[in-house]
Design a protein around this ligand. Structure first.
Ligand code: G6P
Length: 489
């Protein structure tokens, strides 16, 4: 990287993730419209100026015809994106199946699917085969676009097989892999039938990163206990080299949120919301509609709070934004109806002709509306059953300089490691504890709120997504240089 900088050229960074940072909508046989999706990873990498970044990922749509593929490839190239085309069957087996019905719940401690064990075993094998195949297709595209000196950064549980495929093509390729979910205890990971294959593949990378020290520790234990390898404080000894394993906690582009609060459309939203909920405290939940987010448990805790606190019944409102996700996976469909049923019951029990205690939306909000919502909130409820990091908690804190509201945060979210001292930490499975935390948050004196907010705000402001990305990539460059020096000695 240094040499590139001295020569005035930027080092190229190939970011490989299942999803591209743009979503594509087909307008005609050969025309596409593209919309940037401003997720955490995108804003993190937009802020990293020292690299020339290219994105490689699944286009998110089925494009069976060559004309469509060519046109989309061309349109994406303008956004520095390179598509991997996956057909419907592969998406079904790899994305809906292996990624989101097996790895995702397992890594969040929800176990393997068990409805019909025999059927599960059969589909498990074909889904794993599709997972390998899809990862190989990603590897082919990376290999085609790779130039010597590039850094290749693979992301998340969708692409655990990728490091090995890439190193097979070129053992000199600099490969990093980062997991955005928790890595579970080795006792959970060892239940996975393909546990060893995945570990071997990830270990082919030069640098392996996680959000927290605990996840890194669990990964190293899985390698030592399941594969019998040697763990060191820096990583895992693997095939005569050291695979570096470390924690890199992600952050957000906090300035983007702070700046947005001064924009007039955001201030207009703020006024509307304040008017609408005058005389009531606002509680907020923003989650993808996913079982790991603990939405039913959160609603039950709110119900218990209302049951026990007659005084608060007409003085508090819970706004729950539940963004639909992975809607082809049956578990997610079941969750949607379960949540609707609970919301209906609570509103039926505690609503009046003019007001309901819960406003539930099954959709996402635009960025301005979201910032306004964060800014008017008195208490945010982030009660995931497990969560890699959870950046909603960061976004809320960034928007609270005026209000200094309270964050109730699950101890099972990665963010509890960084925002724990400012938040009220809860065990989301303990409905009574969460109900009590709601009472404590609503009644908290302003001096204590200020103290807690200050702690979290400083953290969110100083640990940004951009810094996270830059640190990972420079560490990856260093790791490779150190390894080269060691082999020369
Ligand atoms: C999590 C994962 C990401 C994923 C996102 C949205 O944050 O770690 O890799 O992109 O959820 O899920 P989706 O399945 O819609 O990409």
């Amino acid at each position: 990287a240094e040499m590139c900088q001295r020569q005035g050229v930027k080092q190229r960074l190939l970011v490989v993730a299942n999803r591209l940072p743009v979503s594509a909508v087909r307008k005609g046989e050969d025309s596409w419209s593209l919309e940037i999706s401003a997720g955490g990873l995108v804003s993190a990498l937009l802020g990293v100026k020292e690299f020339e970044t290219r994105w490689i990922g699944w286009a998110g749509v089925n494009v069976p015809d060559e004309i469509g593929q060519e046109a989309l490839t061309k349109a994406l190239a303008e956004k520095r994106c390179i598509p991997v085309f996956l057909d419907e069957e592969i998406v079904h087996q790899y994305y809906n199946g292996y990624c989101n019905n097996i790895l995702w719940p397992l890594f969040h401690y929800l176990g393997l699917p068990q409805e019909d064990r025999l059927a599960t075993t059969r589909s498990f094998q074909s889904q794993f085969a599709a997972y390998e195949k899809a990862n190989q297709m990603f590897a082919d595209v990376v290999n085609e676009h790779y130039e010597e000196g590039d850094v290749v950064w693979c992301h998340d549980y969708h692409l655990m097989f990728l490091p090995k495929c890439l190193k097979k093509y070129n053992s000199n390729m600099k490969v990093g892999w980062f997991l955005h979910t928790p890595f579970p205890s080795s006792e959970i990971h060892r239940t996975l039938p393909s546990r060893s294959e995945l570990l071997h593949s990830v270990l082919a990378a030069d640098l392996v990163g996680f959000h927290t020290y605990d996840y890194a520790r669990h990964f190293v234990s899985a390698c030592t206990r399941i594969l019998g390898l040697e763990g060191t404080p820096d990583g895992v000894e693997y095939q005569g080299k050291l695979t570096r394993v470390a924690a890199f906690p992600i952050g957000i582009d906090s300035e983007r949120f702070i700046r947005a609060l001064d924009l007039s459309p955001v201030q207009d939203h703020v006024k509307d919301l304040q008017e609408r909920f005058k005389g009531r405290k606002v509680m907020l939940g923003v989650d993808r509609l996913d079982m790991i987010k603990g939405i039913p448990q959160k609603l039950l805790a709110f119900e218990k709070f209302l049951e026990e606190n007659v005084y608060w019944r007409d003085k508090v409102v819970l706004l729950q934004i539940a963004v639909p996700t992975r809607t082809d996976v049956p578990e997610y469909q079941k969750l949607t109806s379960q949540v609707h049923e609970i919301v209906g019951r609570i509103n039926g029990r505690f609503g009046t002709l003019t007001a309901v205690p819960i406003h539930h939306l099954d959709r996402s909000l635009d960025f301005h509306a979201l910032c306004a919502l964060y800014a008017v909130t008195d208490v945010a409820l982030v009660t995931s059953l497990r969560d890699g990091m959870n950046l909603v908690s960061y976004e809320f804190v960034a928007c609270q300089e005026k209000k200094k509201g309270v964050l109730i945060l699950s101890e099972f979210a990665g963010a509890a490691q960084s925002l724990g001292a400012g938040a009220i930490l809860v065990n989301p499975w303990n409905i009574t504890e969460v109900a009590d935390a709601i009472g404590k948050a609503l009644n908290m004196p302003s001096a204590e709120r200020e103290k807690r907010h200050k702690h979290n705000f400083l953290h969110v402001k100083s640990h940004t997504a951009q810094e996270w990305a830059a640190t990972f990539v420079s560490e990856l460059n260093d790791t490779v240089i150190e390894a080269q020096l060691r082999t020369r000695q």
